[in-house]
Structure formats: C-alpha cells, structure tokens
Design a protein around this ligand. Sequence first.
Ligand SMILES: [Zn+2]
Length: 41
Amino acid sequence: MTNLRKPANPSHCPYCKGNGYFQLRLGGSETCTVCQGSGKK
Ligand SMILES: [Zn+2]
C-alpha cells in the first residue's frame, strides 16, 4: 500500500490552509482576507 496519496482538497483556501484565519505571533488571530474567513476558495 504505497499508493496512499492524500488528495489535496482543492476547495480550501491555500493562503490560510483552510483555517480561515492567520495565527499572529504577537497573539490573537487575523481573518483571512482571501477567503473572507470561510477557509474555502
Ligand atoms: Zn483563507
């Protein structure tokens, strides 16, 4: 079973990796402006 390839979800936002927001280093989070926080493309 070496052919276990996980198909990348094409509908998720590649910018925030589908999270819908960014985790800021200084604390808190910022809504992804690319997907408007939906996490989808
Ligand atoms: Zn996004």
